[in-house]
Design a protein around this ligand. Structure first.
Ligand code: NI
Length: 152
């Protein structure tokens, strides 16, 4: 288990557009494995490269135990419906806000073996994919929030 430090607050790294991964090296695989450990340790359901200070297009998502995605160069190819609900982010601890997202999305990406995969996500999984892919373009959920909740 190798945990990395989660970037928080106003760090400019969270606002950069990430570069695609052109070659899946052992280093990229290690990055994804570390991101999964880091996310689980922090009780999150998703984490993106910039949140551990790496400006590459990689995300991990795990909204249910055993349903784990480690994705490289993910893109949303289809979306439908909508859902409105609370969202938070490991990089913005103690905050939450109400965000409108698609109810269903299709995501195309490479897995850690470099194989192209297409995943359909609904509900929380769709929300997590949208949130994490936004991170790769320097977008944080408060940018999209209809309102922020009062801090607990
Ligand atoms: Ni986040």
């Amino acid at each position: 288990m190798a945990k990395r430090k989660i970037v928080t607050g106003n760090d400019p790294v969270l606002r950069k557009v990430c570069r695609p991964v052109d070659k899946i090296t052992p280093r990229i695989r290690q990055l994804l494995a570390d991101m999964l450990d880091t996310m689980r340790d922090a009780d999150g359901v998703g984490l993106a490269g910039p949140q551990v200070g790496v400006l590459r297009r990689v995300i991990v998502v795990e909204t249910e135990p055993g349903q784990t995605y480690m994705l490289i160069n993910p893109e949303i190819t289809e979306s439908s419906g909508e859902q409105v609900g609370d969202e938070g982010c490991l990089s913005l601890p103690g905050e939450s806000g109400c965000v409108r997202r698609p109810m269903k999305v299709k995501v195309r990406a490479l897995d850690t073996d470099g194989k192209e995969v297409e995943i359909e996500g609904e509900g929380l999984l769709a929300r997590a994919f949208c949130h994490e892919i936004d991170h790769l373009d320097g977008i944080l959920y408060p940018d999209r929030a209809e309102y922020m909740n009062e801090k607990a």
